[in-house]
Design a protein around this ligand. Sequence first.
Ligand code: SF4
Length: 755
Amino acid sequence: MIFDFDMIKNHYEKFTEKVDKARKVIGKPMNLAEKILYSHLFETQELREFKRGIDYVDFKPDRVAMQDATAQMALLQFMSAGRPKVAVPSTVHCDHLIIAKKGAVDDLSFAKDLNKEVYDFLSSVSNKYGIGFWKPGSGIIHQVILENYAFPGGMMIGTDSHTVNAGGLGMVAIGVGGADAVDVMSGMAWELRFPKFIGVKLTGKMNGWTSAKDVILKVAGILTVKGGTGAIVEYFGDGAKTISCTGKGTICNMGAEIGATTSIFGYDQKMYDYLVATGRKEIADMAENLKSYLTGDDEVYDEPEKYFDQLIEINLSELEPHINGPFTPDLATPISKFSEAVRENGWPEKLEVGLIGSCTNSSYEDISRAASIAKQAIEKKLKVKSEFTITPGSEQVRYTIERDGFIDLFEKIGGVVLANACGPCIGQWARHGAEKQEKNSIITSFNRNFAKRNDGNPNTHGFVASPEIVTAMTIAGRLTFNPLTDTLINEDGNEVFLDEPKGFELPPNGFAVEDMGYQEPAKDGSSIEVIVNPESERLQILEPFEPWDGNDFIGLKLLIKVKGKCTTDHISMAGPWLKFRGHLDNISNNLLTGAVNYFNNKTNEVKNQLTGEYGPVPLTQRDYKAKGIGTIVVGDENYGEGSSREHAAMEPRHLGVKVILVKSFARIHETNLKKQGMLALTFDNKEDYDKIQEDDTIDVIGLKEMSPGKPLTIILHHKDGTSEEIKANHSYNESQIEWFRAGSALNIIRRQFNK
Ligand code: SF4
C-alpha cells in the first residue's frame, strides 16, 4: 500500500520548476535542503533569497506526524479549530505510553488497559478528521514514517524531536510543538527561521564493527549538544552513498542530539532500494527520474567550503566504533580508548543492562548485525552476562526478524524482546531496583542518555553505542571489553573471539507482516463522535480562550519572580505528569512547580498577596483566578528553553496569568506563548528585573496602540506606596498581535473557518 501517492506525484511534477525558479532568484547553486525549503514556500510567502539564520519564512509542509503523548493536546486544539478534516496527510502513532516490564505480549496488553481512554480518544479523533491511526504495538513513530511515508524531496513536521529521522530518506523533517502541528493541519502557514547549513563530507567506506551509528556519535563529539542549533546538517560525498537508507536514518535521527533543526542525505541508490523493498517502487521510479534535483548541486559538493556555513569531513574507512556518555550524548570516546576512560573516570565497569532497538537503531540491518553476534555467542558457547532487551522499531521489522530467526537467536542467549514501542528510551521502564538509586551502568543503542532518562535513577550511567557493540558488551558483561581486540572465556573455559558482525541492509526474502496495526480514517467523518469521557482525569475538551477585553492590564499581582534557569520542565514538569498531557486543567496543577522563587530560593512556594501566606504556585494562582485578578510572571534569561511542549504556555493562560516578563526567551516558548494569546515581554533594560518586588502590583500600559517594534510601559506599584515606570519590548508582528487580541492563534483559525 502506498500512502498519499497523489500528493507525492503532484509534488514531484512541480519540483523541478520550483527549484529552477528559486535557483534563478538566489543566483547560486543550491544544496539539497535549500531546494526542499524553497520548493515548500507557503502560497503567500514571497520568493526571494532568505538570509540564513535571520529571516523568518512561511512554509507549507507536506505532512504531519504525531506521537501519542503529544498528539493529545495537539488534537484537542485541532478539534477546537473548527476544521472538518486535516488539510495535509497526518498520522498518529501509539508508541510512548507503553511501559516495558515483562516483555512484548504482557506489556502491550497492560498498556491497552491502562491507556484505554487515551487510545480510544486518539483513534476516534483520527477517524473523524481524516488522520491515519497507528495502534499500540504498530511501532515507533519514526520507524513507521520511514517505512511508509517519508519520500525524497518532501517536507514534514512532527510533534517529536526525532522526526528528523526521515532525513535518511531525503526529507526535510522537523520536530515541533503541538500548536505548530495544528497550524499545518488547519492549512495555515508554518513559520521557521531560515536555517544555516552545516555540510558533512563523508569519504571512504565503513568496515568491520563500525556502523552508521558511529558517524553520528563522532559528529556529536565534534559539534557538541549545541553545535547544530539553528542549522540543517547535510551529509554528502562518496562515503554517504555507501551507507544504507536506514543507516542514514540513524545518523539523521541522532542529529536531534546536536540541536540541529534537522539533518538530510541526498537521494541515491540506497534510497531507491529501500523504497522498493518497502513496497513503494512507483515513488522510487519517480525519484529516480528527478535524481539530480533530489541532491545538492555539483558545484556545492565540489566546493563545499564556499556554500556551507561550516564543514566537517569524516573518512569512514578510518572511523572507529564509538561509545558516547555517560549523561550526555556528545561525550564521544572511540572504542580503543574506552576501557581507559571507564577506569580513569570511575564509571561503573560492570554492565547491568544492554538495550538495543528504539527509533534510532531498529532496522533490519541493525537487528541482523546484532543477531550475527548472538549467533556466534551460541556457537562459541557464550551467554549474555548482563540483562539484554531488544525493542523492534515496527511490527513489520518484528515480524520479519521473527520469520528470519533473529528473535530466536536473541532469546537463546538470554535476550527479552519488548513491545514495538519507546519503552526504556523515554523512561517507560519498570526497571526492578531502580528506586534504590544505585550507581550502575547501562548501554543502549538509543539516542539520549541524560540523567534519569531511561529508568529515573540519577545514578544510572547511560552509554550510547551501535546495536552490535551493545550486544557484544552485553555478552561480556563489562564496559572495559573491546570486541575488536579482546577475547572472552566461554562455558568450557576456552578463550574465544567475537568475529566482526555481518548483516543485511534489507531482508533477502523481503519484508513481511500480517497486521501492521494501521487504522484507515473514515472517508466522511462528519457523523463520528470523538470519545472523551467528561469524567476523565486524562482528557478534557478544550474551551476557547477569552479574547482580549480591549483594555490595558491594570492591577496585576506578581505570581512569581523566577530566579535563574527556567526550562519548560520547570514550567510544566514531565515524569508523572505525562499522563495528564490531554487534560489542561489537571496538568495545570504542575504550573511552575519546578521554578525557583527569587525571594525565598524555594521551589513551589510563593506569596499570595491577598492573604500574605505562602503556598504552592498553582494553588496561589487558582486563588487569584477565582477572585478575577490577573497576574504576571517575571523570569530570567532564556526563559522556556528545552522541549517545545505547549503545555508550558497553555497552563499559565488557562489559570489566568496575563503576562510573562523576562530578560530573554527561548524562541519556541515565546512563540507558544504568543499562540496561546499571552503577552510575552522582555525587559528593555535587563537590570529592571532587580526592581521587581515581592508585593508589587503591576500595570501594563499601551496595549491599545500595540504595534510591531513599539515598546510597552510597565508601572510597578510597590508596597511602600512608591511607583516606578519601566519599558518592556515585544517581538509580535502584525498577525501575532491579532493572536493576542483574538485570545489565541486558534481563535483566528476558528474565525476564518466560520466566515
Ligand atoms: S524511541 Fe526514544 S527517541 Fe525514539 S521516539 Fe521513542 S522516545 Fe523518542
